[in-house]
Design a protein around this ligand. Structure first.
Ligand code: DGJ
Length: 547
């Protein structure tokens, strides 16, 4: 009797478990927000994108074999790869989805998730990926007209024909992705366009646009930005041209995204060519829209407009190619908003950019992705990133690899703890070799650089590469990891060891969501803080107590 009951109970439990996993598997990727924090849910749990974006011309059967090994070596869990409008729609309405198929298949074979990048109307503020039948028919598919009255190689966002053509193609791609991936969730996000905007003019100066520009600012924009009525010049002054362009462009991209979402409802984002300080981009010395950055895109000062007028775009992610700490931090702060999950779809490949993953995580990022990861021999060295060997066979984004190797096994835990608001980070910076992370009653003091000399200030790391991550996993327990950092726990107003003590420090690793202990640290490994040396990749759980 008892055994029969047990059998029934066991059967019921099994049904529940398999139902729960079916529900999880059936759940499409989505973004969630709680108390201003964000998570990208993939198969029902927060997911941290340890991404790598491949080079622009690498989504081809001939080049993908040089892509996958680079991603594997880097320990990335997600590939970002483009699908090209020119290849996908060689003639109007005639679609070839072979690129998307190759990417989805390859990603699955290499146990990666995929972020699909739609290179459509815009690519880096130009129209270079439009199909030839669009490029050669300027009457039907009009260009932006610059202030001198010349058409330039950017499609006009003010043209219904341009919008409809892109929308049809994008929706077809999303329909196809829903068919091949609706159940498997290899594709976790879609980027709509690439660095949209106009390079070469602050706005479209076609006669129709000029007439509209002379008229009143539309009511939806006034309402979104809490402005009083007037003409564009009256309301926006020196930003009138750029705001006019952004208004049209945000709506254009939003309509394309809405049509795609109707087919395949997963998170959609736009990436941004930022407005850099002149000192960071010496080759573009004029800090004006259309010169310093593509006009109309969701740059820092235009972000509120895009957030209000492009609701089908779930998030806007900055491409950050300056390793100036102050600028990087300001960009992270601008794009991390309660209504915008922080996501860095592109950043520098060089070692100097790696600590910024930790900085971004400390601000709640859902993911991060260096650009140019593959072995096609093309590596775009961002300014000041000359430290890697340019021999293609040897190129490896070393410091990013170290980060990913460390975080990949516990990426789900990091994403969950961050979503729960339990994770903090510290990154070395000039004049800041000692930092403190505040966990209420517990404080974690982080000191960067070795050797540590008793009674002396922390030496710091010469390249400011020191970084540490601490997450609270219990009232008095913490997960800790880092690079060139030592971490000490103490209570408010007391030095480490006064009124508090380490009960246990356990080094281990995460395997499929389980903590696997490897050894206890004590003695030299804990007496001067928990030491994380560069190549060590250690992760510890520390349990503190008070007395
Ligand atoms: C930013 C763009 O979004 C990428 O596609 C690529 O062109 C990089 N710049 C670097 O070249």
């Amino acid at each position: 009797m008892i055994s029969q009951r047990l059998r029934h109970a066991a059967a019921a439990i099994l049904v529940c478990i398999s139902l729960a996993s079916t529900v999880r598997a059936a759940e499409a990727p989505r973004l969630v927000q709680k108390d201003g924090r964000h998570a990208l849910m993939v198969d029902g749990a927060p997911y941290l994108v340890l991404g790598a974006q491949i080079n622009n011309s690498s989504s081809w059967a001939s080049t993908l074999p040089q892509v996958w090994p680079a991603l594997e070596d880097m320990h990335a869990n997600t590939v970002e790869a483009p699908v090209y409008w020119e290849q996908m729609e060689p003639a109007p309405g005639k679609f070839d989805f072979s690129t998307a198929d190759l990417l989805v298949k390859g990603a699955r074979e290499h146990h990666l998730h995929l972020v699909v990048l739609w290179f459509g109307t815009w690519k880096n503020g130009n129209m270079h990926y439009a199909p030839q039948w669009i490029k050669t028919d300027t009457k039907t598919y009009p260009r932006v007209i610059n202030a001198a009255g010349e058409p330039i190689d950017v499609l006009s966002a003010q043209s219904r024909n341009n919008l409809e053509a892109d929308k049809l193609a994008f929706a077809a791609l999303m329909h196809h992705l829903a068919e091949i991936d609706g159940d498997e969730h290899t594709v976790i996000m879609v980027q709509v366009e690439n660095e949209s905007g106009i390079v070469g003019s602050p706005r479209d100066y076609s006669p129709a646009s000029n007439r509209e520009f002379a008229g009143p600012v539309p009511a939806d924009l006034l309402q979104a930005l809490h402005k009083q009525p007037g003409t564009w010049q009256q309301v926006f002054g020196g930003r009138a041209d750029e705001t006019f362009q952004a208004y049209h462009q945000a709506k254009y991209v939003n309509e394309i995204a809405a049509a795609g979402k109707h087919e395949f409802n997963i998170p959609y984002y736009c990436n941004v060519w930022l407005a850099y300080p002149v000192s960071e981009l010496p080759e573009r010395q004029v800090p004006n829209p259309g010169i310093g950055w593509p006009s109309g895109g969701p740059v820092q000062h235009i972000l509120p407009l895009w957030k209000a007028l492009a609701p089908s775009i779930d998030l806007i992610g900055p491409d950050i190619y300056s390793d100036n700490r102050q600028f990087y931090t300001s960009v992270l702060d601008t794009y991390a908003r309660p209504d915008n999950a922080l996501w860095i779809p592109e950043t520098g490949y060089g070692d100097s950019y790696a600590p910024y993953l930790f900085l971004a995580l400390g601000k709640g990022a859902i993911g991060f992705s260096p650009f140019g990861v593959d072995r096609t021999g093309w590596t775009w060295p961002p300014a000041g990133a000359g430290q890697h060997d340019l021999d293609p066979s040897k190129i490896s984004p070393r410091a990013h690899t170290a980060n990913y190797e460390q975080l990949a096994p516990m990426a789900r835990e990091v994403a969950r703890l961050n979503f729960e608001g339990k994770l903090k980070t510290a990154v070395d910076a000039a004049g800041m070799p000692e930092q403190e992370l505040d966990f209420g009653p517990w404080k974690a003091s982080v000191r960067f650089g070795f050797p540590e000399n008793d009674g002396r200030p922390a030496p710091g790391t010469p390249d400011h590469s020191g970084r540490a991550l601490v997450a609270q996993i219990g009232p008095d327990e913490f997960l800790v990891t880092g690079v060139e950092a030592s971490v000490f726990f103490h209570t408010e107003g007391h030095l480490p060891g006064i009124r508090s003590q380490i009960l246990q420090t356990e080094e281990g690793r995460y395997e499929n969501g389980k903590w696997v202990p490897l050894r206890l640290w004590n003695g030299d490994q804990t007496d001067r803080g928990l030491n994380f040396h560069r190549s060590q990749n250690a992760v510890v759980h520390i349990k503190m107590g008070t007395f």
